[in-house]
Design a binder for this molecule. Structure first.
Ligand SMILES: *Cc1c(COP(=O)(O)O)cnc(C)c1O
Ligand SMILES: [Zn+2]
Length: 448
């Protein structure tokens, strides 16, 4: 039987490290009151098991193509598994998710991994996969505020995409948003998005980790709600990517998933999504999760090299992949579990490697953001090293839309990016408006 009373489900915040106690998801709380560690949204499995695996699959399949509120959203189409007890009228959704997963035929063959797929999460309202988590978090905030709470605004520190998503969803709901950005370290599009959405944009003379410290202090008094991924509500929305990928493969699990990582919330979210499908019998195996880091900001890679014996923090250096320029990743313990439980690994890519990997992919029809470039560069390394085999089904998560990073593209093709040797440069040819001259150029380039 399909269950339809969403209050039958039981979700609560619990300490990720295992301290006792549970808290309502509508409580203003971000960390465990006992140990100060991360919380996670716990789903009681018993009520969910009233549907069998096949029934869940059918239900999710049936909602994927609908416009029925709120199930047409890729996040709220999985409502029972995400945040079932948010009331209909408080759901803040612009029908995010349900992004295309496509076969990267030519690129895969060129790299030696023909069963390569790109999950184009950047094809989303604000141009990055951060929309998935934000619909979940802002919906909870709306419900909290509707119950007459002290919360009057939402805030986040951001490397660019989180703030764009928060500003858009907050504006959609009519909730004031305060954005803390590292001045001069985000792209033009990333800066102008929250400005356009009417957020209070504070550009601080520090890096992301510095902004993070300040937002945590500012959000201590319960009038401003913290929207960073330390807040595990966002993980619930982001985890739908895992379920969506498997649904798009007719409920089959790929061998590898590669994702660019910074604060480590999203790789944790993928793992949580897969674990839930295993717990409820929809799938039987885990994919190997690969975390891809920029070499300029690689604390997780360094921890991995030390077999995760200790958390490494670094001062994150400049990178074209600005959304993952993070030196002290908040979701570290969850990400360690994601790598260890899936037989995954962590790899990194230099500026040249990420830029050329992105440009290579573009030559096969994509328009790749620099973070996706990091994942593709890591893919190439793992295939060349024989870790990913020629028959392995591999998914690369493309996390943002390339159009948000046109400065990166222009610089690449002009050959002006510092530290990058553009091996696939393709600048425009400036020709006189003269048919003879134009024909000469075409003959030169194409032999026609
Ligand atoms: C946020 C983000 C990431 C990394 O996600 P984390 O949860 O911070 O690890 C990767 N790519 C893009 C484009 C992002 O905005
Ligand atoms: Zn605890």
């Amino acid at each position: 039987m399909m269950v339809s009373d969403f209050n039958e489900y039981d979700v609560s915040f619990r300490c990720f490290a295992g301290c006792e106690g549970r808290h309502s998801i509508f409580e203003v709380i971000y960390t465990c009151p006992k140990c100060g560690g991360l919380l996670e949204v716990h789903h009681e499995l018993e009520p969910l098991k009233r549907n069998n695996a096949y029934q869940w699959q059918k239900l999710f399949d049936s909602r994927a193509s609908t416009s029925a509120w709120p199930f047409g959203s890729g996040v709220w189409g999985l409502r029972e598994w995400v945040l079932p007890n948010v009331a209909d009228e408080n759901i803040v959704s612009m029908f995010e998710g349900n992004t295309n997963l496509f076969w990267a035929d030519r690129l895969g063959k060129q790299l030696g991994v023909p069963d390569l797929w790109i999950k184009l999460c950047g094809n989303s309202h604000t141009g990055s996969f951060k929309d998935l988590g934000m619909t979940a978090l802002v919906s909870v905030v709306k419900q909290i505020m509707s119950q007459g709470s002290t919360v009057k605004a939402v805030a986040c520190a951001s490397t660019g995409d989180t703030s764009a998503a928060l500003a858009a969803y907050a504006a959609y709901a009519g909730i004031p948003a305060i954005i803390f950005l590292p001045a001069g370290k985000v792209s033009t599009a990333q800066l102008i998005q929250p400005v356009a959405n009417g957020a209070h944009v504070l550009a601080l003379d520090t890096d992301f980790d510095g902004c993070m410290e300040i937002v945590q202090e500012v959000t201590q008094d319960q009038s401003i709600y913290l929207a960073n991924s330390m807040n595990s509500l966002r993980i619930e929305g982001q985890k739908t990517v895992a379920i969506e990928i498997v649904r798009q493969f007719d409920w089959e699990v790929p061998d590898w998933i590669i994702i660019p990582v910074g604060n480590l919330g999203n790789i944790s979210a993928l793992h949580k999504g897969f674990q839930m499908m295993i717990d409820l019998g929809l799938i039987r195996k885990m994919p190997h999760l690969v975390a891809a880091q920029a070499a300029s900001a690689d604390p997780f890679f360094r921890s991995f090299q030390k077999s995760f014996k200790e958390k490494v923090s670094v001062s994150a250096q400049e990178t074209l992949a600005n959304a993952i320029r993070i030196g002290n990743p908040v979701s570290y313990p969850k990400a360690v579990k994601a790598i260890e439980a899936t037989g995954g690994l962590v790899e990194q890519a230099t500026e040249s490697e990420l830029a050329n990997a992105a440009a290579h992919a573009d030559l096969t029809g994509m328009f790749t953001c620099p973070h996706t470039g990091v994942a593709l560069a890591v893919l190439k390394k793992l295939v060349d090293r024989g870790v990913i085999g020629p028959r392995d089904r591999t998914v690369v998560i493309s996390t943002a839309h390339g159009l948000k990073f046109s400065d990166f593209k222009v610089g690449y093709h002009e050959g002006t990016l510092s530290g990058v040797k553009s091996t696939h440069k393709n600048p425009p040819v400036y020709v006189d408006a003269n048919a003879k001259k134009v024909k000469e150029v075409i003959r030169e380039r194409l032999g026609l």
